[in-house]
Design a protein around this ligand. Structure first.
Ligand code: GLU
Length: 448
C-alpha cells in the first residue's frame, strides 16, 4: 500500500516549487490507489501561522489535490519525546553546550583551513562532571544525533540512482533545541514511521537530510520504536529554476492567488508541473487521470527544471479551449449559454476574456467608417440575409454570387458591420447568437 506525504511548513504561502512537490506526491499516491497525507510541519511555533495552514489547505483544494489524512507535528510532540528517549537510551543522542557564536567560530576556522565545516564532536568528549558544570552555569543543552561512521550510507534514489554518503563527512545533526523544541530532522522520520509512509519524494535540497534520516530510521527500528520496519523509498527531484536562473526571488508572485488573479486554471498548472523536468512532453492535458497514469519518476532528469510563465500561458489557453460549458458556466457573463461558450472558447487565453467577446453578441457595437462601395455591399447583405440552418454560410454564398467578392473583401466588411471587430470568433457560430433581427439592424446601420 503506497503512502506519500506533502509536508509544508506553514511559514508562508505555497509557491510553484511546493505545489510541484505536492502534485507529484499526490500523483504517486493516486496512481497506486494509495494514501496521500497532508502533514503540517509546525514544530517552529514562532514562525508557524494558522492563517498559512488555512491558505495551504485552500490552495491544495483549489488545485484539486485532495488529501486523505491530515497530520500536524505540533500535535505529536509526545511521540517525538518518546523517540528521543529511545534514541538517547541507545546512546545515539548526546547533549551539547556550545553557543551559536562558538559554533560559528569553529565553522570559520575549519573553512579557513580549507576543511569542510563538520561539527567536531567536542561535546561528546565531555565528562559527566563537565556536563554538570555547564548546567550549573545555567547552560541548558541542545541535542545532537550521533551518526554511525562505520559504514557508508546508501540508497537507490528513484530519480538520482544509487546515492552514497560517507557519514564522517556529515555533522551530527542538532535534533532538539535547548528550549526543548524540535528541529525538522527527527520528527519527520518519526512521522514517516508512525504514518506508514512508503515513498518520500522531495526536492534535491533534502538529499543530505535523507542520508541522516536513513540512520535515524535504522536507529529507531533497532531500538524497537514504532511498527514499521522498513525505510521508505526516496526520490529527490531537481529544483525548479526560472527562465533566467534562480526562482527564489520571484517565488512570492508564483502562488495560487497570483495565478488565479491572472486567470490561470488549476489544470494548466497541473499539466505543466506534472511533466516539467521530465522527458515527457508538456502538453495541455486537461485529463488529470491521464497525467496521473503517465506520471513516472523514471522520466525525471537530473538537470534543474525550467519554469517559464509563457509555457503556463500557452498551456492555459490550450486547457481553456477544451473546457466544457458545465465546468465554466458559473464564471461566464450572464446570458451566455453553451453555444456562446463554444463560439468564443477558441479565442480565449483566459476564461475572463469571454465577457469581452460576449459583448459583440449583446451589443451595442461600434463599427468603423465604411467606403461607399462597402456600404452598397452591406446594403446588399442586409437584403440577402436569410435565416435558416446556417445563416452565415447562406449569406456569404449568396453575396459571393451576387457581388463577385471573395476572400477578405467578402468577409471583412461583414465581420466589421456585425461585430465592430476585424477579427474574432468564428462568424458561423457567432451570427446565430446575434440573431436575425439584430444582425439585419447592424448590417442596415453600417450600410446607411
Ligand atoms: N517541512 C519540510 C520542508 O518543507 C518537509 C521536507 C520533507 O518532505 O521531509 O522542506
Amino acid at each position: 500500500m503506497t503512502t506519500t506525504r506533502f509536508a509544508p511548513s506553514p511559514t508562508g504561502r505555497l509557491h510553484v516549487g511546493n505545489i510541484r512537490t505536492a502534485l507529484h506526491n499526490w500523483m504517486l499516491a493516486r496512481q497506486a490507489g494509495g494514501t496521500f497525507i497532508l502533514r503540517i510541519d509546525d514544530t517552529d511555533a514562532e514562525r508557524s501561522r494558522e492563517d498559512y495552514v488555512e491558505a495551504i489547505r485552500a490552495d491544495l483544494t483549489w488545485l484539486g489535490l485532495t488529501w486523505d489524512r491530515e497530520e500536524r507535528q505540533s500535535a505529536r510532540l509526545d511521540r517525538y519525546a518518546a523517540a528521543f528517549d529511545v534514541l538517547r537510551a541507545a546512546g545515539r543522542i548526546y547533549p551539547c553546550y556550545e553557543s551559536a557564536q562558538e559554533l560559528e567560530v569553529k565553522r570559520k576556522i575549519a573553512l579557513g583551513r580549507g576543511l569542510p565545516p563538520i561539527y567536531d564532536r567536542a561535546a561528546l568528549k565531555l565528562t559527566a562532571e563537565e556536563q554538570a558544570a555547564k548546567e550549573a552555569e545555567g547552560t541548558a543543552p541542545h541535542w545532537r544525533f550521533l551518526l554511525d561512521h562505520a559504514e557508508p550510507i546508501q540508497w537507490n534514489d528513484g530519480i538520482r540512482g544509487l546515492q552514497k554518503f560517507d557519514p564522517a563527512q556529515l555533522s551530527d545533526p542538532v535534533i532538539r533545541r535547548a528550549d526543548g523544541s524540535w528541529l525538522y530532522m527527527m520528527p519527520s522520520a518519526v512521522d514517516d514511521i508512525d504514518m506508514g509512509v512508503t515513498q518520500v519524494l522531495r526536492g534535491e535540497d533534502h538529499v543530505s537530510n535523507t542520508a541522516v534520516q536513513i540512520q535515524i530510521f535504522t536507529a529507531l527500528h533497532a531500538a524497537g520504536f514504532g511498527a514499521a520496519k522498513t525505510i521508505p523509498a526516496f526520490a529527490h527531484e531537481a529544483l525548479l529554476v526560472g527562465k533566467e536562473g534562480k526562482l527564489s526571488k520571484r517565488l512570492g508572485s508564483l502562488g495560487c492567488d497570483a495565478f488565479r488573479e491572472r486567470g490561470i486554471e488549476p489544470e494548466a498548472i497541473i499539466a505543466l508541473l506534472a511533466r516539467l523536468g521530465t522527458s515527457q512532453p508538456v502538453e495541455p492535458i486537461a485529463d488529470r487521470t491521464a497525467l496521473t497514469v503517465s506520471f513516472d519518476l523514471g522520466t525525471f532528469g537530473r538537470a534543474p527544471a525550467k519554469f517559464d510563465e509563457e509555457d503556463l500561458e500557452r498551456l492555459n489557453a490550450g486547457i481553456v479551449h477544451q473546457l466544457p460549458y458545465e465546468a465554466v458556466a458559473a464564471r461566464l457573463p450572464a446570458g451566455m449559454d453553451a453555444a456562446g461558450w463554444h463560439a468564443v472558447r477558441p479565442n480565449l487565453a483566459h476564461i475572463g476574456e469571454a465577457a469581452d467577446w460576449w459583448r459583440l453578441v449583446t451589443g451595442p457595437i461600434t463599427t468603423p467608417a465604411f467606403t461607399d462601395e462597402d456600404k452598397a455591399f452591406l446594403a446588399e447583405a442586409a437584403r440577402l440575409l436569410a435565416w435558416g440552418e446556417n445563416p452565415w454560410g447562406a449569406l456569404t454564398t449568396a453575396l459571393k454570387e451576387a457581388t463577385g467578392r471573395k476572400g477578405k473583401a467578402l468577409f471583412l466588411p461583414l465581420r466589421q458591420a456585425l461585430t465592430g471587430m476585424d477579427h474574432g470568433p468564428d462568424m458561423g457560430e457567432l451570427l446565430p447568437l446575434i440573431g436575425e433581427a439584430e444582425a439585419r439592424a447592424r448590417l442596415a446601420s453600417a450600410a446607411a
